[in-house]
Write a new protein. Structure first.
Length: 228
């Protein structure tokens, strides 16, 4: 993954109020930390940061140039998003050096198609791996081509690029292939629709109060009269 150069400004306002003002100015509040250095609060241009993350993913490497002259390499460690506005609220950035090994979570993509009449359950969509900080892959791939029901894909089955080592348990389940349910099984799982209690009672009362119709050729019985 190639690094993305991005400018930054030192941030002197803190707390919720300061963060809101930073975001209103079109910037993302962020903090740089690691290597025993004192945390440095900065603000990143929101549009440039969002574009880089969309293209390179959550493990995008940034070459950050702060206006005070600071130049560093950093990887996103934690990204806070606003799900409603679809914007970035805050970013924690981990300082790294070229040639340094880092352990990160990388997305896993399933490739190919399993056997007919099967379903795929994606148990884990990321895997923990160790790689050079400047060569973290944007994704990993695991093949499910032709797999039959009852087959399991583990972390050990995932293809790793050169220089990338698995940090997760090799037996961790990434995906499982199961038999697709039949039409009869699906129908059996559908809940029975019952009439609401009030509606059922109304139907019952109507049935009890209704008079039986007279047979053909017979007169309907006259109403009973009481003698005075």
């Amino acid at each position: 993954m190639s690094e993305v150069k991005i400018s930054a400004e030192p941030r002197t306002e803190f707390g919720k109020g300061g963060a809101r003002r930073t975001r209103r100015a079109g910037m993302v509040p962020a903090v740089l930390y690691g290597h025993g250095e004192k945390p440095k609060h900065i603000a990143l241009p929101a549009r440039e940061f969002a574009a880089a993350i969309r293209k390179g993913g959550a493990n995008q490497l940034f070459a950050i140039e702060v206006s005070d002259g600071t130049q560093v390499l950093a990887l996103p460690k934690a990204i806070q998003r606003d799900p409603i506005k679809d914007s970035f609220e805050h970013v924690d950035l981990l300082l790294v050096r070229r040639g340094e090994k880092v352990t990160v979570e990388v997305p896993v993509q399933l490739t190919g198609e399993a056997a007919k009449d099967t379903l795929i359950v994606h148990d884990h969509d990321t895997l923990s791996v160790t790689a050079d900080a400047t060569k973290v892959p944007d994704h990993l791939e695991a093949s499910i081509e032709g797999l039959e029901a009852g087959t399991q894909v583990t972390a050990a089955d995932v293809e790793l690029p050169s220089g990338v080592e698995l940090a997760a348990d090799p037996e961790l389940s990434v995906a499982a292939v199961t038999a697709a349910p039949t039409a009869e099984q699906l129908e059996a799982t559908l809940p029975e629709v019952e009439a609401p209690a009030e509606e059922a009672e109304a139907v019952e009362e109507t049935a009890e109060g209704a008079e039986a119709p007279a047979a053909e050729g017979e007169e309907a019985p006259a109403e009973a009269k009481t003698e005075a």
